[in-house]
Design a protein around this ligand. Sequence first.
Ligand SMILES: C[S@@+](CC[C@H](N)C(=O)[O-])C[C@H]1O[C@@H](n2cnc3c(N)ncnc32)[C@H](O)[C@@H]1O
Length: 243
Amino acid sequence: MNEPKQDRIYARERPLQDFVFDEKVADVFTDMINRSVPGYATIISMIGMLADRYCAPGSAVYDLGCSLGGAALAMTHHISHKDYQLIAVDNSAAMIERFQKTLHTQQHCGNIKLLHADLDDIEISNASVVVLNFTLQFIARERRARLIRKIYEGMQPGGILILSEKIRFDDAQLNELLIDMYHQFKQVQGYSQLEISQKRSALENVLIPETIAAHKARMQEAGFRSCDTWFQCFNFASMVAFK
Ligand SMILES: C[S@@+](CC[C@H](N)C(=O)[O-])C[C@H]1O[C@@H](n2cnc3c(N)ncnc32)[C@H](O)[C@@H]1O
């Protein structure tokens, strides 16, 4: 397999613009997310394991905000039966086109259906596993509760929602510490100070993190019976909620 193309998007000084999931980002996304989310590879692999445990025969599995299909592919590789349909959705044409190309080169992915759509416009039904892997943070805060409710309503009893997010902390000292640790992690991954600070500014109005408590409250409000964190590294976490 080819090495992923290196993310150099913010390597040179550039005018400040909000971050978007366009062609340039899609081209380097595998490298970008692996070097920008501590524990990304672990989370992806564990999503596969969780999906294998909860994917019910005859049900649907959703990867919402699938990008290049990291979570969707891990799920199809781990789920031990074939009696399910995986629906992977993204509103970035650049991401969906590249994911479609990957699917042509992979075996055993016949049950993945790709949708180029906004999450507000899709229907969710008969789901045993739903994944929002670092997607909800990019959706306007006022639209989040409606989406989580729609997911809950489209799920089978006993199904799970996996929600991974960049998070913030109410305690200012803890918040600052974990952001600093995260920036140190990015430096170790080879990002320069300029890259770190330009990317941070570009994401400022686009990626809005919330506390774990806010996520839990929203999921419980939507009807989820129970939810908790199964992974955390610095200011990144993944939660699981049960219907
Ligand atoms: C950080 S990426 C997700 C990474 C991916 N889930 C993974 O595990 O590799 C966020 C994705 O969500 C998509 N997205 C953001 N808002 C969306 C919306 N309203 N509807 C559909 N997709 C959306 C973006 O286009 C982007 O590809």
